[in-house]
Design a protein around this ligand. Structure first.
Ligand code: GRF
Length: 194
């Protein structure tokens, strides 16, 4: 069994999908901690409702990224976390966490990377008038949405697509894809570590 921490900044629907997959027996992991940089985010309410420990902080209350990442790292160590799962966490991961969790941080992004990295990926896709976008799950490196790709799934964009309709379609894909890919990554790392 692997211990995971989910990092989120907002609604936390992917966090919820991960919790639901664990409950359904589809994902063999312990969700030990939610890390959230927006104490008022709905993701924190989800953690409370589900009885998941959480660490909520405000970045501006620390001198720099190293300051809050050291505090996060202390929590991850306390909860014996093996893997970091980014799910809508709106901050770049810095050297403190990257070196401690080398190769054990994954992220989900709402586009077919390397297209449309960074913020507002769905708005970028609509503005570019592409016919197909999608979802990417990738390992995290020091860049913005640049690490090695693990899995991708496409989503078609209709003529009359709006940001809301696209977001719904993307979320539906994400909520299936992310737990399945996490399960795949965790189980292959278990095999490799034997
Ligand atoms: C998702 O679309 C994810 O791909 C992106 O941020 C969004 C988070 O949504 N990184 P939610 O907070 O999980 O609902």
């Amino acid at each position: 069994m692997r211990n995971i921490a989910v990092f989120a900044s907002g609604n936390g629907s992917n966090f919820q999908a991960i919790l639901d997959a664990v409950k359904a027996g589809v994902l063999d992991a312990n969700v030990k901690l939610l890390v959230c940089d927006q104490p008022d985010a709905f993701a924190v309410e989800r953690a409370k409702a589900e009885g998941v420990n959480f660490f909520a902080f405000r970045g501006k209350e620390y001198p720099n990224k190293q300051g809050y990442e050291q505090e996060i790292l202390a929590r991850l160590t306390e909860f014996e976390v093996d893997w970091i799962i980014l799910a809508g966490y709106m901050r770049l991961i810095g050297p403190t966490l990257l070196s401690a969790f080398d190769g054990r941080i994954i992220n989900i992004h709402p586009s077919l990377l390397p297209a449309f990295p960074g913020k507002d990926a769905m708005g970028q896709a609509l503005a570019a008038k592409v016919k197909v976008s999608g979802v990417t799950v990738h390992f995290v490196d020091e860049g913005m949405d640049t690490g090695p790709i693990i899995a991708q799934e496409t989503v078609e964009i209709a003529e009359d697509e709006t940001i809301e309709t696209l977001q719904n379609k993307i979320h539906q894909v994400e909520h299936q894809l992310y737990p399945a890919v996490i399960q795949m990554v965790l189980s292959s790392s278990r095999r490799n570590s034997k």
